[in-house]
Design a protein around this ligand. Structure first.
Ligand code: WCA
Ligand code: AKG
Ligand code: FE2
Length: 363
């Protein structure tokens, strides 16, 4: 429950201790009713963005997927041109989406002492992590977001280790989105002339999953900070469920000679936002590109979002797929251990698409 005390200044107490160590998160700060943004959250000017109002990312209706090959064609085209698109009529039931959104609110509504049990320091497992911002030790300015990150190993482990406030709904959402995931991957691979997703490819494309529950509380000076800074995901594909508040922006036209800027991803009830991540960029030798995105903070509402990061297995070695190289393409990326790539990503603050350089073959 939100405390009634309205705090005009947070100068008198240790923000890091309150937000990070005590497990209150930025939700705790927001619930205190602070009237101005603590200095730790003030982002440098370059983090703020040039918004292009006229453009948007594609919306693909999947109703006719089985009968009309043009639907898969539009998915592949959206993945190639934009790296980001929304899907409607994708087959994951609305009740499942609503269930996981309710479960997210339930988890973040728990008392700080409960959530604190899942911090890096106290969590009994690396597979469950409650945290705030992205990489607080490495960041010059903190991000206005709390999260619960759940790494899926098996149903048994998830049942035993994930917080019961959200476990069942999150598992259901993961299970019910698997068919969609396989459909999209199959189409994206066919377009690359990869005819079959065998066991090796299944592992590289969707061998592991991480689901994050993101909570962006109402912020006193939203224009001075960010919810999530500019980054690309390190996944192969990300399936993002957002609520009705909005605030996700995607970079368009980078290096294309047109106005480089950011477009809003408007919430569409029942839709899923799909984006290409770095792992698929590397596996496809740059044919599908991961795209920078960021989230602005809201001055009036608490927002949630729930990304499922579909990834290679941590121990997989990723590099351009042999089919592409055998067809004569020059590899743009080295072969690297996927967990090394992810560790490199988590070790630094968000910095656009710079993680990809870790895998690039310098020309
Ligand atoms: C490398 C992993 C993630 C952890 O391996 P570990 O052996 O348990 O290693 P550590 O526990 O030592 O974690 C390495 C570093 O990563 C950090 N980390 C460990 N999980 C986490 C965690 N969920 N969160 C944010 N730091 C973490 C962790 O704090 C640590 O940083 P540091 O303490 O500073 O050395 C391993 O599980 C792994 O390879 N997983 C593969 C699948 C995977 O998780 N892929 C990532 C998909 S996530 C994605 O695409 C985008 C995520 C994202 C997330 C937030 C955003 O704002 C934007 C994007
Ligand atoms: O909250 C969102 O809309 C996007 C979050 C995001 O980009 C991420 O968690 O990687
Ligand atoms: Fe992201």
């Amino acid at each position: 429950m939100a405390p009634t005390m309205a705090v005009s200044s947070t100068d008198s107490f240790d923000i890091t201790d309150f937000v990070i160590n005590k497990g209150n998160g930025v939700k705790g700060l927001s619930d205190l009713g602070i009237k101005s943004l603590p200095s730790q959250y003030i982002q440098p000017q370059e983090a703020l963005i040039n918004i292009i109002p006229q453009q948007s990312i594609p919306v693909v209706d999947m109703s006719n997927w089985d009968n009309d090959p043009k639907v898969a064609e539009s998915v592949c085209e959206a993945a190639e041109k934009f790296g980001f698109f929304q899907l409607v009529n994708h087959g994951v039931p609305l009740e499942v989406l609503d269930g996981v959104k309710d479960a997210t609110h339930r988890f973040f509504g728990l008392p700080a002492e409960e959530k604190r049990k899942y911090t890096k320091e106290l969590s009994s497992t690396n597979n469950v992590r409650f945290g705030t911002s992205f990489s607080p030790d490495a960041e010059k300015a903190l991000e206005w977001k709390d999260y619960l990150s759940l790494f899926y190993v098996s149903e048994e482990k998830a049942s035993a280790l994930w917080p019961c406030a959200c476990r069942d709904e999150v598992l259901e959402y993961m299970k019910r989105s698997q068919v969609l995931c396989t459909k999209l991957m199959t189409a994206l691979m066919e377009k690359l002339n990869v005819k079959e997703i065998d066991k090796t490819k299944e592992s590289l494309l969707m061998g592991s999953k991480r689901i994050n529950l993101n909570y962006y509380p109402r912020c006193p000076n939203p224009q001075l900070t960010v919810g999530v800074g500019r980054h690309s995901d390190v996944s192969s594909l990300t399936f993002l469920l957002q609520d009705e508040i909005g605030g996700l922006y995607v970079r368009v036209n980078e290096g294309k000679g047109e106005e480089d800027g950011w477009v809003h991803v408007p919430p569409i009830e029942g839709s899923l936002v799909i984006n290409v991540g770095d792992a698929l960029q590397i596996l496809s030798n740059g044919r599908y590109k991961s795209v920078e995105h960021c989230v602005i903070a809201s001055g009036s509402k608490n927002r949630i979002s729930i990304p499922i990061f579909v990834n290679p297995k941590p121990n997989d070695v990723i590099g351009p797929l042999p089919e592409l190289i055998n067809a004569g393409e020059k590899p743009k990326y080295k072969n690297i251990l996927y967990s090394d790539y992810v560790k490199h990503f988590f070790r630094k603050a968000h910095d656009g698409k710079k993680t990809v350089a870790f895998a690039e073959i310098s020309s």
